[in-house]
Design a protein around this ligand. Sequence first.
Ligand code: KOT
Length: 829
Amino acid sequence: GFGERKAKAERMFSLMDGFLKNDPFSLQKDILHHVEYTVARSRFSFDDYEAYQALAHSVRDRLIERWHDTHIYFKKTKSKRLYFLSLEFLMGRSLSNSVINLGIQDQYAEALNQLGFEFEVLAEQEGDASLGNGGLARFSACQMDSLATLDYPAWGYGLRYEYGLFRQIIVDGFQHEQPDYWLNYGNPWEIERIHVTYEVKFYGTVEEVDMNGEKLKVWIPGETVEAVAYDNPIPGYGTRNTINLRLWAAKPSNQFDLEAYNTGDYINSIVNRQRTETISNVLYPDDRSHQGKEMRLKQQYFFVSASLQDIIRRFKEEHTNFDELPEQVALHLNDTHPSLSIAEIMRILVDEEHLEWNKAWKIVCKVFSFTTHTVVAEGLEKIPVDLLGSLLPRHLQILYEINSNFMEELKKRIGLDYNRLSRMSIVEEGAVKSIRMAILSIVCSHTVNGVSKLHANTLKTKTFKDFYELWPEKFQYTTNGVTQRRWIVVSNPSLCVLLSKWLGTEAWIRNADLLTGLRDHVDNTDFRQEWKMVKRLNKMRLAEYIETMSGVKVSLDAMFDVQVKRIHEYKRQLLNIFGIIHRYDCLKNMDKNDRRKVVPRVCIIGGKAAPGYEIAKKIIKLCHAAAEKINNDADIGDLLKLVFIPDYNVSVAELVIPGADLSQHLSTAGHEASGTGSMKFLMNGCLLLATADGSTVEIIEEIGPDNLFLFGAKVQEVAELREKGGTVKVPLQFARVLRMVRDGYFGDKDYFQSLCDTVEVDSDFYLLGSDFGSYLEAQAAADKAFVEPEKWIKMSILSAAGSGRFSSDRTIREYAERTWKIDPCQCPI
Ligand code: KOT
């Protein structure tokens, strides 16, 4: 009975010491406890990695306390919850971030010093959690940090891939991919929930059965897999709230045991069981290319089914009427990857909960919101009907029904315009009949979000024009942001101290708008001097890293010019390399005295190419080929260096971004939906050299056109330039660089021909040739500014001062208020 349970709870509580203490002495005791009992090493002999493990476990204990309290509180208050569904999260490392958000950084530093360790050294022991590809995935991670910090009652859901994004190694200038088996050394940040499991079913058939005169569709699945929850606490900064990121892993279902027993084929059935575990095994590394692979679809459904079962179970614990679902639950689709949720929730409500179709549909349409991260329609996800029908036969029926209802409604609205109807259909007819996941998501979501102002305009006027005309009110945008906790406090500690000193408060860590206060000090020479020192310090860290990674010694007086992001033709790393080759060519042809006037540069490029993306791989090779020649040319010396930083990931970014003087964002206008890298550079006082694309347009609104180097065709000029094709003027310098590469000036002559073909006059889709002239002008402007250090520093300060709007706190607040309609819910201390 209740009395008994209460007595038991009281006795247990009396056995606990209350909450864990955070003074340095208690921390030391806890770390040593974990050395002995968790890591199982002697207190007198443990290495840095073991010390990291023990340290991480002591942090984990503190996270768990808050995480428990937060969930009890969310439950008690019954506030509406957000479920953020994403197939990708690029969390990077957790240690520093957690300790900072818990507010016990200094105590830990002291505790470790007394044990003879240095916090920073142990933090370097941690590997990255790379469960995502690029911008979309890192943005998910930033949003989780802001959701926790702003006390929103939110859960993240994702997949626990055993192999994260591949490790990039470079052999002879070529990219090679190595598996990232990141769980090999254990993961102290996750909590395995062996009892939180759900069965996920695949294949089979749908049968119609007669139930008391009513015809019901029953799915008889052919395969069952079990999903196990792994919980990852996400602490907020300056609050006790610690939210949950629940990642699912696939385990074989016990149902199979019985079968094996019956058939007697014991060994074979174990081998078969093993195969089901592969579902959550590996992250697909192809940043935005959809190949209709069965395993990928299986992953998506596995994720969707487990998450929704969990969400509905939680809802049903507290509610009996599904009409209340939209007031209690917001489901957010991070791109179309989780959009099978729509069919799945309809299946649950109609087939399992026996709601009438129209009633279920009305509820479902009030629950979903959707953010799309792509621009071009070709980039949108499609699932072949044959594949879907065999893997999820019932879901295919549901999708057909959703579509036929939608088509009926549409006919009433727009008449029998068959072209338009077929453009807007969820089902695409054609050589490969398929389901258009973006259209499905638009039809079923109450809000369709773009990731920047420019992106939203493209969605409305091009990509989803038909839908915008139908439902203008659905189309919104919420400009992306990044968390200043990771991108300043964790990654740039010296800047963090400087900001707090001159702003007179640490409040900017929770309110990035306060960074505008830096404008008041821009004329103060002491402030500028300190600002300069911080940059120099970060350049030193970066220079050391470059030397260990590539053996290239670089001068700290040179301008550190950085382009780091996934390698894509539209991001135009090739434009950068062509610019570097042009610079090299100019230096070679210059008279020795003139060379002295040139601003020395260290050009840094980093990023991964999707394993099957040939052109991207050739770009990486060309970068290495050019670097080989330039870096070993005695005529050039420190005037120009080119380094490729291998295996760009979150923790490499934490090192590279603070050390950059200039960063490049070169996408052909209209192709980068937002871009979030630029925001991180901006916060760190790095000047941008960029096209008027994605979020850059809004960055200009904040910092003014004079504080960055803008170049290139505007979005409205791009279509015309493409139409003109071969008749567009291309500067001679471009043709000359192209010639050098084609003629084998950097070796590998044959290998580079097809790369050169992509920018030849008639086939230059991304307009490298026509933008080259203005690119060189922007580069010259950057050189000119750099030789006036005081001017440069002012621009740098004003960049950081204008970065407040690009905090993911602002992004999340906008989503919460406008899209999700959720309120903060702060767990009391
Ligand atoms: C990947 C696969 C399918 C559709 C979209 C993507 C995608 C988009 N992956 N990353 N992105 C980037 O998302 C960022 C966050 O919104 C944007 O800043 C960036 O422009 C996108 O390229």
